[in-house]
Design a protein around this ligand. Structure first.
Ligand code: 5GP
Length: 206
């Protein structure tokens, strides 16, 4: 059976068993969006935490699907009211994960996928220490730069900021429970899906 096959469904959780958090981090350009999409397609019963951000939408992004886009004022109000499970400033913009969404999902026994940066992961781990953390590593910084340049969505200064950020994030990868090197996309997808499947079947494994 192929690992990406949808034929083996994850059995529903026993009553009152809380959901698990799966956190995926990666530097921009490491292929995280594609990998997260593959996970979401493979496990449609998992919830996906749509982040909130103060950055402007990129071409093709939709409010409520890719992100909830909001003003810096509204973001700050939610910091004051304790509404974020975590929040961080990334590349000059604010990003946050709704505490209400995560807490409700976990209580309902739902597994939740989060696509957040390294700072956010450490904050989530303080609050939810059993989270399964996965870092997606690009094969090299040269390949990462090439991918950012060919993507063509960012100006030169932004690419430089993202490269610097990537170096800092990659230096923290050792603190993640799992590291997947995205050298070959299909292999990386299969690795990611099989590790999530293993954890979902047996949430107590290391
Ligand atoms: P982008 O602007 O390229 O979509 O995302 C930039 C970075 O922000 C990515 O590394 C992404 O993982 C991170 N990010 C997205 N949403 C959140 C969030 O809710 N919290 C944190 N801490 N980081 C986030």
């Amino acid at each position: 059976m192929s690992i990406t096959s949808n034929s083996s469904e994850i059995p529903p959780k026993a009553d009152h068993s809380p959901g698990s958090l799966f956190i995926i981090s990666a530097p921009s350009g490491a292929g995280k969006t594609t990998l997260c999409t593959a996970v979401r397609n493979r496990f449609p019963d998992m919830l996906y935490s749509i982040s909130h951000t103060t950055r402007s939408p990129r071409a093709g992004e939709t409010d409520g699907k890719d992100y909830y886009f909001m003003t810096a004022d509204a973001f700050a109000r939610k910091i004051e009211s304790g509404g974020w499970a975590e929040w961080a400033k990334v590349h000059g913009n604010y990003y946050g994960t709704s505490a209400e969404f995560i807490d409700q999902g976990i209580r309902a026994g739902k597994d939740i996928l989060l696509d957040i940066d390294v700072q956010g992961t450490f904050k989530i781990l303080k609050r939810y220490p059993d989270s399964v953390t996965i870092f997606i590593m690009p094969p090299s910084t040269d390949v990462l730069r090439q991918r950012l340049e060919t993507r063509g969505t960012d100006r030169r200064e932004i690419i430089e900021t993202r490269m610097e950020n990537a170096r800092q994030e990659m230096a923290q990868a050792q603190h993640y429970r799992h590291i997947i090197v995205n050298d070959n996309l299909e292999t990386a997808i299969n690795e990611l899906i099989s590790l999530i499947e293993r954890h979902r079947r047996n949430p107590h494994q290391p």
